[in-house]
Design a binder for this molecule. Structure first.
Ligand SMILES: *Cc1c(COP(=O)(O)O)cnc(C)c1O
Length: 747
């Protein structure tokens, strides 16, 4: 049973489908199959819910609860064991709960009080007409479509691989908080990204799990009859049909396209099964379906955005489809390009030219279904949109295409802006490099998601109740020094203890369930010590991020870690791309050291880094380590999450840290600039060791009689003060809105 949909979400009329735009698709719709209920979606499974608390399903099906502590509390207090067993997934939890427990909850006054107050808040937030957006843009009718290949919103929806998805998820949540009229479009990957296990020899193993759609916070997109028409896209001469799933993220709707429908050939049905397939052929087909199918889905839903934002070059076909729409309307080619450009924003995250999506022209020809014909232009003119000097003429660059079709483009940090203008100077050869029209909007993170609830409590106590509304105001954060050091430290210790307990509980479960060999047990973190200075290195494992840098001189490191008076420990976590053997070797290197007895269990590798564990890690450690090879990290966001929890950064001055570091809020690894990577590695590793030996460890262990490290806390507070406002998603999204979506005077 699914709770009733709020009436505002039901689309009763298809207002904006223009017959002439889609001669081949929409007006065949009557003959098109309607989507049958997806095979494993059974709306009537699960226990009946007492009337008094009937809106629990509705609450569970809107991920709003994931960033509201009292929302989480509703499900936690409903049944703590089930809450944990479900992996903090209320949709699954509700389906598995006993009717008796629900009956009891429906009569329990203290539960009902919580339930009522949360629903009141939920309704008020979702229907409020008085938001930042309406206050600052009164009367602005525009809305935004946001396209991304991955979204990290909550662990119950594993359709993300890393930072790019986290950014997209944080943007959706912040858009809801700020009242931005934003609709997001992505892919439903039933197998998502893989789950990681490490073998006894220290090698990554990938496990793909089929997501149970009934246990995930998604529902078939509401159409008039509960199920709707399939969206269709032509690909290599065949029609592919897509169904659309809806994910509610507060006020924001995320529409996920799914190719697993009966009307499709078997090979097409599995097209959207997994994220980031290594096969270029399959990847291009996904990209085409995302862009073209996404635009068509929005049109069918009656949504007409005035601004279209493409997150990374996977979204480039969204621009081409809109170009086609213009051409069908009869707009001349040049004017059509201008129209599309004028309403398109493109964000690039790639700091190296080779990192972009570049496809052989042959593949483009095979799969784009002679797109140039429906654009009414010559094939050569079409191919030119994705070509540039320096690129082999048999290649097509989606980033070049996107930059040409977006009037406003941006990189994701100040430094990345410079790097990006340099890479793309080739598209504007007559301009000076500084004048290449690509700006930057530095990434930020969604504070209510990443800051521990206890830390939010502390901020509320000393900054005032409405502190989240003013989170991007630097003045406001000055009061952070008012928090007594004792109270601050007590909370830091609490968060660290909780983290270590989680790590140990995971290891225990693995050991019991899978009969792990004993040498793996300490490698998983069972010997971690809550009093030791704790460092985290956690992110995608890939060469340029240099996870092994801190291990480059094992003897020197061993002295630092096993110092009996000032012990230090490191927690590693992260996945390698399944097809990236070199990165898997990096994991192996770390894991083998973690199993080495002489390191006394002071290095741990925690399996299956995901959003859930990331939340605990950025809250629980003392020091956040980041060691990208300089100029290769576009921005990086995990260090921002850590800062907001009073965790201190030790990072190479790259990406966001180049603008975030102020000399007093953490440490910068400034190994001498070197032309050869080996020299850079050596210099940076040396810098890390000497900072740890001479500054970081001594400061951490410099305690007063009560055991409080006042010097350390000063750095941590300075990090919170200087980093929270500048690197909050609130600052970021306001900047997107004011500078890129609706720049004043230009709309
Ligand atoms: C924040 C986050 C990332 C991004 O980390 P970077 O520092 O940008 O590399 C990756 N994965 C998960 C699960 C995260 O939460």
């Amino acid at each position: 049973m699914v709770g009733p949909l709020p009436s505002s979400h039901i689309i009763t009329r298809h207002t904006v489908i223009h017959r002439e735009l889609y001669p081949d698709i929409y007006w065949k719709r009557k003959q098109l199959p309607l989507y049958p209920r997806p095979p494993n979606y059974d709306a009537d499974s699960g226990p009946a819910i007492p009337k008094r608390i009937a809106r629990l399903y509705e609450l569970a099906n809107n991920l709003w609860w994931s960033w509201h502590e009292d929302g989480r509390q509703v499900f936690r207090s409903l049944d703590y064991a089930q809450w944990r067993a479900s992996g903090h997934n209320p949709v699954k939890q509700l389906r598995e709960m006993s009717p008796e427990r629900l009956e009891t909850a429906g009569r329990d006054p203290s539960f009902l009080e919580l339930y009522d107050s949360v629903l009141m808040k939920f309704d008020a937030e979702l229907s409020s007409q008085d938001t930042w957006f309406t206050q600052t843009n009164p009367g602005l009718p525009g809305s935004i479509a946001y396209f991304s290949a991955e979204f990290a919103i909550h662990n119950s929806l594993p359709i993300y691989a890393g930072g790019l998805g986290v950014l997209a998820g944080d943007i959706c949540k912040e858009a809801s908080d700020l009242g931005l009229p934003l609709a997001a479009v992505g892919f439903m990957y039933p197998q998502g990204y893989f789950r990681q296990r490490i073998s006894a020899e220290g090698w990554q193993e990938e496990v793909y799990e089929q997501l149970s759609f009934t246990g995930a916070p998604i529902s078939p997109c509401p159409w008039p009859q509960g199920c709707g028409p399939l969206v269709s896209v032509r690909l290599a001469g065949r029609e592919i049909f897509l169904s659309v799933w809806l994910v509610r993220i507060g006020r924001v709707n995320l529409y996920l396209l799914d190719t697993n429908v009966e009307a499709n050939a078997q090979a097409d049905r599995s097209l959207s099964a997994r994220l980031y397939t290594p096969d270029p052929d399959e990847r291009l087909r996904q990209i085409i379906v995302l862009g073209i199918g996404g635009v068509r889905a929005l049109r069918l839903l009656g949504i007409s955005p005035s601004v279209w934002h493409g997150n990374e070059d996977h979204t480039a076909f969204m621009m081409l489809e809109r170009l086609r729409e213009e051409m069908v309307k009869g707009t001349p080619f040049r004017r059509a390009i201008d129209t599309v450009r004028g309403s398109t924003i493109f964000t690039t995250h790639t700091p190296v030219a080779a990192g972009h999506n570049i496809f052989p022209v042959g593949l483009m020809e095979r799969y784009s279904d002679n797109l140039w014909e429906s654009l009414g232009i010559a094939k050569e003119d079409f191919l030119q949109l994705g070509q540039h000097d320096g690129l082999s003429p048999d290649r097509f660059s989606l980033a070049a295409l996107a930059l040409r079709l977006a009037a406003r483009s941006n990189a994701v940090s100040q430094l990345h802006g410079r790097v990006t203008r340099k890479i793309w100077h080739v598209l504007w050869p007559r301009r000076k490099e500084d004048d290449v029209p690509i700006t930057h909007v530095t990434n930020g993170v969604h504070m209510p998601t990443w800051q521990a609830p206890e830390f939010q409590g502390l901020c509320q106590k000393y900054l005032g109740k409405g502190y989240l509304d003013k989170q991007d105001d630097p003045e406001f954060w000055r009061c952070i020094v008012d928090i007594p050091d004792e109270e601050f430290w007590q909370l830091r210790q609490l968060l660290k203890t909780r983290l270590i307990r989680t790590v140990q509980e995971r290891a225990r479960q693995r050991w019991v369930r899978d009969q792990l060999p004993s040498q793996q047990v300490p490698a998983m973190g069972t010997l971690l010590d809550p009093y030791a200075l704790t460092i985290a290195f956690a992110r995608r494992f890939t060469e340029y991020k240099r996870p092994e840098l801190i291990l480059s001189d094992v003897e020197r490191l061993k002295k630092i870690l096993t110092n009996p008076l000032r012990p230090v420990q490191i927690i590693f976590a992260g996945k390698s791309h399944p097809a990236d053997y070199l990165s898997k070797r990096l994991i192996n290197r770390v894991y083998v050291l973690a199993m080495d007895r002489s390191l006394q269990g002071r290095i741990a590798f925690v399996e299956d880094y995901d959003m859930h564990f990331s939340r605990e890690l950025v809250r629980g450690v003392d020091l956040w380590l980041n060691t990208p090879r300089r100029l290769q990290e576009a921005c990086g966001t995990s260090g921002m999450k850590a800062s907001m929890n009073g965790v201190v950064n030790l990072s190479v001055r790259d990406g966001w840290w180049d603008e975030g570091y102020n000399g007093a809020n953490g440490w910068a690894i400034d190994g001498a600039a070197a032309s050869r990577p080996e020299d850079e590695d050596r210099a940076d590793a040396g810098a890390i060791y000497s900072l740890l030996e001479n500054q970081i460890t001594p400061l951490y262990y410099d305690r007063d009689r009560m055991g409080i490290p006042h010097g350390w806390i000063k750095v941590a507070k300075e990090a919170i003060r200087s980093i929270s406002p500048a690197f909050s998603a609130s600052r970021m999204l306001k900047e997107y809105t004011q500078r890129l979506y609706f720049p004043q005077g230009k709309e």
